[in-house]
Design a protein around this ligand. Structure first.
Ligand code: CP3
Length: 339
């Protein structure tokens, strides 16, 4: 049986609109927070049994149509030889960020196998454990979003250091993007081989660029990343990219959009040969149920029942989201679309 989410990704009709949530295996879950009291974040990401346990947590609570494998997209930086840490406060950091060509030349794929091994093992187990109608979702970081962390060493407002390097040290930028594309492609192919039904590429920060830079400096790498991956649909996710949605749509089978655009209008621009994913503002899940209902209805009205919609948030679920509202959302999407 082909999972409903995969059918929707192929623009085939489904009994109801499939739904999953970015960051669904995370801190809003009590059981996740309990595990984090006993283990560091990296310990969780490197232990096969714990990856399986955490990936399954949301499915035990809510009738989701897909589960995402628990990991973090910055692990591929570690696999290349960068020193990655997750302090308790303030988000992840790379302790030895890229400054020069020499730094890029030192990066190698030597730890890729070691990093991927627990993830692949977990994927094999998960595919056996979840019902056939539920999709197993793998993910990788897009080269630009990884590049931002590799260069800045941390999250940032406008990623100015990255933009300056892109324009003022083209060779460094291009070599780094090349290496990041290759490592993400290895992660992507391995997750497909291990049994993922669909893979999402996260380009969370690419919205800091404009269309000219995107087309010239990013799109060629994105095309390389997905080239030859044919057995599973690719979800191409980004945020703040409404200004060049047509370019984003050149890569991927499903285009993930955030809440800054009306989803029906986004689909019109993307074209109906692609499926669409989105796009509830994650902060709506903090609101009373009537507000959630109104916003969900507006999204469903906007896509007007067209086959090929995967319901999701426009970005990751917020850590202070009440679990009850997540259950309400999943049931609501199903019941309003025929489930
Ligand atoms: O549930 C899932 O979606 C699966 C797992 C997943 C995580 N991170 C777990 C995580 C996925 C798909 C990601 C993607 C990710 N990681 C992105 C892209 C998507 C996005 O939300 O923008 C980015 C930019 C990262 C890098 C990253 N990892 C940041 C910026 C942070 C700290 C801020 C934050 O939101 O926590 C992390 C840590 C992280 N990744 C946690 C989890 C559950 C929290 C770590 C903890 O338990 O303290």
């Amino acid at each position: 049986m082909v999972p409903y989410l995969v059918q929707a990704a192929r623009r085939k009709p489904t009994p109801y609109t499939p739904v999953w949530l970015m960051r669904q295996a995370g801190r809003y879950l009590k059981e996740y927070r309990e595990l984090r009291e006993r283990h560091s974040f990296l310990e969780l990401c490197k232990n096969k049994e714990l990856i399986v346990e955490i990936s399954l947590l949301p499915l035990k609570k809510f009738p989701l149509d897909g589960i995402i494998v628990f990991s973090d997209l910055l692990l591929s930086l570690e696999a290349l030889g960068l020193n990655l840490v997750y302090p308790e406060e303030g988000g992840p950091k790379v302790l030895n960020p890229i400054n020069s060509l020499e730094d890029v030349e030192k990066l190698s794929n030597f730890k890729v196998h070691e990093t991927l091994a627990p993830l692949s093992e977990a994927i094999k187990t998960l595919r056996k454990e979840i019902p056939p109608q539920v999709a197993l979702i793998g993910f990788v970081g897009a080269p630009f979003t990884l590049c931002c962390y590799a260069i800045e060493g941390r999250g940032s407002e406008g990623f100015l250091k990255t933009k300056r390097l892109m324009r003022e040290a083209e060779e460094v930028f291009d070599k780094l993007m090349g290496k990041l594309t290759r490592v993400s492609k290895l992660f992507l192919e391995e997750q497909v081989k291990a049994g993922c039904d669909v893979v999402q590429v996260f380009d969370t920060w690419v919205g800091v660029l404009g269309p000219l830079d995107y087309e010239r400096k990013i799109l060629p790498y994105m095309k390389k990343l997905v080239e030859g991956v044919e057995n599973v649909p690719i979800i191409h996710f980004s945020t703040s990219t409404c200004g060049f949605l047509e370019l984003i749509s050149e890569v991927g089978d499903v285009i993930g959009v955030d809440w800054r655009i009306e989803i029906g209008k986004a689909w019109e621009r993307i074209g109906y040969r692609k499926a669409i994913q989105g796009n509830l503002d994650p902060s709506v899940l903090l609101a009373p149920k009537e507000v959630i209902k109104e916003q969900v209805k507006s999204i469903l009205d906007s896509v007007s029942g067209r086959a090929g919609h995967i319901f999701n948030l426009g970005h990751g679920i917020l850590p202070n989201t009440p679990e009850e509202n997540v259950g309400f959302l999943v049931d609501l999407v199903h019941s309003l679309t025929g489930g």
